[in-house]
Structure formats: C-alpha cells, structure tokens
Design a protein around this ligand. Structure first.
Ligand SMILES: [Zn+2]
Ligand SMILES: [Zn+2]
Ligand SMILES: [Zn+2]
Length: 344
C-alpha cells in the first residue's frame, strides 16, 4: 500500500461517559488486595490521595491501611549456631504494600480501569499515558483505516462456529494419518514427523479437510490430508480438484479411499449433512444458535440452494418467513457483486 490514502475522520455519536469516569482519564490509581488475610477485597485508591499521612479503609472488612502501620504474618526466631539471637514478628509495612501496588487508570472510552501499561505513552499528561486504552485505540484505528478488525474477526469466528455444527465427534486417529502420508506434507514432501512429539493442537494444525468443511465435510481420519502450514493455507476451502494436479488426485484417492471422481469433479455438498438440514429440529437449533449473527447461516442456505436446489428453510414450518426475505436479499447482493464471492 504505497498509495497515500485520503484523510479519514471518525465522527462519534451516542457516546456517554459514565459518571465514575468523568474527569478520571488522567488520574492514576493504585490497586492492591486488602492486607487483612481473611478479606478478598481488591482496593483501588487514587494515587494523589496517598500522602505521607495516608489512611485507606477497606470497604469490605473495615481494615485500615495507614502510614507507618504494619501487618504481622508470622513470628520468627533468628538462630546462629542453634542459638537464638533475636525474635520478633515478620511484618509488612502498609506503606511498602501500597508502594508496591500496580498503577491503574480509567480508559475514557470503554470506561474500565486498566493497568497503565495498557495505555500508550503521552508525556504531556500527568499520568504520562493517553486517555484511551490500546484496545480501544486499535478498534478506533480499524474503523478509521477501514480494516474493521471486530467485524472481520466476528465473521470468521461465526463461520468457524457454524461449520463445526457439522463436525461429528469422531475419533481422529492422528498417528494413522501421519503414517498414511509418511509424516510428510502431501504437496511438498516436507518432513512433519516432529509434530508427533509436539502438542495435539499443533498436529491438528497440519491436517487439512480433503473434502472441505466449506461443503460440510467433517474432519475424519479418512478425510484428512497431511499438509504443511503453507500448503494448508493455500489449499484452504478449495475443492481437491481445484487445487491438486491430476496425478496428485489419483495418489490421494489411493491413500484415502475417497473416490477420484468425487475429488476431481465439481464441488459437492456432503449428502449426510444435507440430510441433517432436512430435519426440522436441527434447522431450528441452528437458527437459535445463530440468531444474533445469522449472516453466515443465510449465506450457507444460499450456497446450498444454488448448488442443489434444496432450501433448508423449507425444513421447518416454525422458522419465520422473514429469514427467507433476508436470505434472498443477501442473494441479490451477491448477484450484484457487492457481496464477497465464496471462492472454490
Ligand atoms: Zn478488607
Ligand atoms: Zn478502553
Ligand atoms: Zn507443503
């Protein structure tokens, strides 16, 4: 992105700062646990109220933290050559406990108290930190720069969530998969044997859905291809015939038992998953689960309808007809090219 962007501006409305945050964006607090061992209260106190003569009451138990006071934690005897030279109480000075406490301040946007480290530096301010926290700043910048972090992440997470509804809890025999592929990336042959010594999550990271989850095929021992991270990312949601060379497809068929003609042909939805989508309870539960963010579910309905003529909105009479309207509107947008295309 060498091209200079024109200047964008974010105009804010409907923002309300809660009363406890007003005027607090540049005030530093100390946060510490109450020194009464039986009390679990965490205390925040304004740093500028802690003078040489401070006194801070715990609101939960009434314990007073005050300058010059101590708390005794145990009694000790100091021995030299088994001979006692001194005894006394192991004590913590309240002053030291407070001096040790983490420093916090309010974010003027999300209104939460966060450690100072979660604010970028700003030397002109008393706190030495900016008003808004780094998380709020990141989101602000993603709007300003049109990178839309929150929406992108949410869409990706809803998509993952939707497609896992079609994964059956099947035991994946990871070792059998690695054996089948000789512990090498099927595409480039790089040695992946070290995965087997690492954690289970890392192993799953190199397993690709041969027939993609995008077409509702679950990850099973037979439907897994061992691919290195690069080739896994490259293959992504593509149908095998759209990614592998013909010779590779034949070899993959021999290794996995998946029919060559299925892999080489046009993308095919998993018939078993389509069967579930014919069941009213399954479809109703999907709409309940994705009621808040139905976008991805409606896109799936449109993709299946376009590819097979099957409309899972017909599977239950209890689904509101509004969903059909919404899905059709989305389809219109796709046809007009304003909706992103579905790849593969
Ligand atoms: Zn307390
Ligand atoms: Zn914030
Ligand atoms: Zn590879």
């Amino acid at each position: 992105m060498a091209r200079r962007q024109s200047y964008t501006r974010v105009v804010r409305s409907n923002f309300q700062s809660p009363d406890h945050v007003k005027g607090m964006g540049d005030r530093v607090f100390r946060g510490f646990q109450c020194l009464n061992k039986d009390c679990i209260n965490f205390i925040f106190v304004r740093e500028d109220s802690l003078d040489a003569d401070f006194s801070v009451n715990c609101e939960a138990c009434g314990f007073v933290h005050a300058a010059g006071e101590t708390v005794s934690l145990y009694d000790y005897e100091l021995l030299r050559d088994d001979e006692k030279i001194e005894d006394g109480a192991f004590q913590i000075l309240h002053d030291d406990h407070l001096k040790d406490a983490q420093r916090y301040k309010y974010c003027i946007v999300c209104g939460t108290l966060k450690p100072l480290e979660q604010f970028d530096r700003h030397s002109a301010r008393a706190s030495g930190r900016q008003g808004e926290c780094t998380l709020c700043k990141q989101v602000y910048n993603s709007i300003k720069n049109q990178t839309r972090l929150v929406e992108q992440h949410r869409e990706a997470s809803q998509k993952r969530r939707l497609y896992t509804q079609f994964e059956q809890p099947s035991k994946l025999d990871i070792r059998a998969i690695y054996d089948r592929f000789g512990c090498r990336c099927f595409k480039c042959g790089v040695d992946l044997a070290s995965d087997l010594e690492a954690g289970a999550l890392q192993k799953l990271g190199n397993l690709d859905h041969t027939l993609p989850v995008f077409y509702l095929w679950p990850l099973t021992t037979n439907n897994a291809t061992l691919l290195c991270r690069n080739h896994n990312g490259e293959k992504a949601e593509k149908w095998p015939g759209a990614y592998y060379e013909d010779a590779e497809l034949r070899r993959l068929s021999a290794l996995t038992g998946i029919e060559y003609r299925l892999m080489a042909g046009t993308p095919n939805f998993n018939p078993e998953a389509l069967e579930w989508l014919g069941k009213p309870e399954f479809v109703e539960s999907l709409f309940e689960k994705f009621a808040r963010y139905p976008h991805e579910l409606l896109r799936l309905r449109n993709r299946i309808l376009a590819a097979t003529g099957f409309d899972f909105l017909d599977s239950s009479a209890r689904i509101s007809p509004d969903w059909r309207k919404n899905a059709d509107a989305l389809r219109g947008a796709t046809a007009a090219g304003t909706e992103d295309t579905d790849g593969a």
